[in-house]
Design a protein around this ligand. Structure first.
Ligand SMILES: Nc1ncnc2c1ncn2[C@@H]1O[C@H](COP(=O)(O)OP(=O)(O)OP(=O)(O)O)[C@@H](O)[C@H]1O
Ligand SMILES: [Mg+2]
Length: 474
């Protein structure tokens, strides 16, 4: 019951209209009971009677002489006329036998109108006028107005016959109106939500589409958030698909060659010892390539899941880079590339030495692979704004502008057909490097000019002697 937006809206409308009706009915009831219109009419009559009698007596000060005038006017208008002396005693009363009227409290500043009680507690409406010698004329009539004075059986009859039927009729119309309005409003509110429900179902079914940004502001914000989420889910699904396709492709290539050469050995096609050695060599190289790929993928998976254990040790950046440069020195010399290292004074850094060495090994390896003979690869370490910046600059072929943002993607290689020496390359090096640097709360950036060279910069948070915050961050 009332679980849907539509029924709740309708209920809200019905309640609001119901409450308004009850308030109106209450107001009307009070009005009918008090009936101020009848009172007003009576007061008008009193005013008129007072006016007429005052005109008759004119300026004459002997009021008693005019007793008959008062009597006639009171009979003519069916009102009671009383003249109070200044000491509040009664001089003339046209209904002497009736219970005496009390002195009107506000009577001291006539003319005045209102209600007063007689000595039996009955209510009278009155109007008063000043007379000569500070006497006061009070013209009064019993208060008639309203249902209050009716007997209770009459009262309920009037309520039942005159009051309740129009009230229920109005109530019925109001509820009908609430129904129509509620229905219309709920459609108005629910339509954009229904659009979203449809879109969500489509996303669940694998169809990513954008919801138009229409409807109330809150719904628009929701639609926008939904579109963003949908775009991200789509991108992540696509990257997952690409990843699986890439992995299969990368594994298939060495496997095909291993299968081909081992089949040839089995078939006896490889007959000489020399070709057998060649086949074994290829099988070995391809299986190494597969091994490397699997190791890299496992590495990435662990870094992705955050389960790759990082050794948090305080390390010397210069020693770390020196180790990498020493490892590549023979390869650089062989390729006739000058490999330089410049380290400015930098603070100690907290991190995993092996993992960081893996990052710089890949960066230097990439730089050497893509730099022609007589080129230069230089490594520079500096310190600025609590960050250690290590750049690896080469004078190689460069990376095309459109490829710059993609080199950190898994398996992305600018030129896949390039043979980069003996060592098999998977296109995972930079993706792994980026994950490792991010795990150290750092970042890695690239810049390149075609034909002039590329520069990769690793930014790592430094730890100062009296600073332990970085220690906590890693
Ligand atoms: N210094 C560089 N100069 C020119 N191109 C580069 C440079 N560094 C990287 N690239 C391009 O970026 C691609 C991705 O590099 P990455 O290190 O991820 O893979 P890889 O070196 O091809 O393979 P792996 O590192 O797994 O052996 C490279 O294939 C290359 O096309
Ligand atoms: Mg590489």
């Amino acid at each position: 019951m009332f679980t849907s937006l539509r029924s709740r809206l309708w209920l809200t409308y019905a309640l609001v209209i119901g409450v308004i009706l009850v308030i109106l009915a209450f107001g009307l009831f009070v009005y009918v009971v008090r009936n101020p219109a009848v009172d007003r009419q009576a007061i008008q009559k009193l005013d008129l009677a007072a006016q007429v009698v005052l005109r008759r007596i004119g300026e004459d000060t002997s009021l008693l002489k005019h007793r008959n005038e008062f009597q006639n006017a009171s009979e003519y208008f069916s009102v009671r006329m009383i003249i109070f002396r200044p000491d509040r005693s009664i001089l003339i009363d046209t209904e002497e036998n009736a219970p005496a009227l009390n002195w009107p409290e506000k009577g001291a500043s006539p003319p005045d109108r209102g209600a007063i009680y007689d000595q039996e507690g009955k209510r009278w409406l009155y109007t008063s006028r000043p007379l000569s010698q500070k006497a006061i004329l009070v013209v009064a009539t019993p208060k008639q107005g309203g249902l209050r004075l009716l007997k209770s059986s009459q009262f309920w009859e009037i309520i039942k016959d005159e009051f309740l039927p129009p009230f229920f009729r109005a109530g019925g119309v109001a509820f009908l109106l609430a129904l129509i309005l509620g229905f219309w409003m709920s459609r108005w509110v629910a339509t954009p939500l229904n659009r979203m429900v449809d879109a969500t179902r489509d996303v669940a079914a694998g169809e990513y589409r954008l919801i138009p940004l229409k409807g109330p502001a809150e719904v628009k914000v929701l639609a926008q958030a939904f579109n963003e989420m949908s775009a991200r889910v789509k991108a992540s699904q696509q990257s997952q698909k690409d990843f699986v396709a890439n992995v299969s492709h990368e594994l298939k290539t060495p496997l095909t060659s291993i299968q081909g050469f081992s089949q040839a050995i089995l078939d006896g096609t490889v007959d000489s010892l020399e070709s057998l050695g060649q086949a074994a060599g290829i099988i070995h190289a391809e299986s190494s390539r597969m091994y490397r790929l699997v190791v890299d993928l496992l590495d990435l998976a662990r870094l992705d899941a955050g389960t790759a254990a990082l050794n948090r040790e305080s390390l010397n950046v210069e020693a770390l880079l020196r180790g990498v440069v020493d490892k590549f020195a023979p390869q650089a010399e062989e390729a006739n590339i000058s490999l330089k290292l410049v380290v400015e004074p930098v603070p100690t850094c907290i991190g995993d030495a092996d993992r960081l060495a893996q990052v710089f090994t890949n960066l230097v390896d990439n730089a050497l692979k893509h730099t022609p003979p007589a080129g230069e690869v230089s490594i520079h370490a500096g310190y600025q704004k609590e960050t250690i910046n290590i750049s690896i600059t080469d004078t190689g072929e460069g990376i095309p502008q459109e490829a710059l943002s993609r080199v950190f993607e898994r398996f992305y290689q600018v030129d896949k057909s390039r043979k980069n020496g003996e060592k098999p390359s998977t296109g995972l090096g930079l993706a792994i490097a980026q994950q490792i640097i991010q795990a150290h709360q750092g970042k890695i950036t690239v810049n390149s000019t075609m034909g002039e060279g590329s520069v990769f910069v690793v930014h790592l948070p430094a730890i100062l002697p009296d600073d332990t915050t970085v220690m906590k961050r890693i």
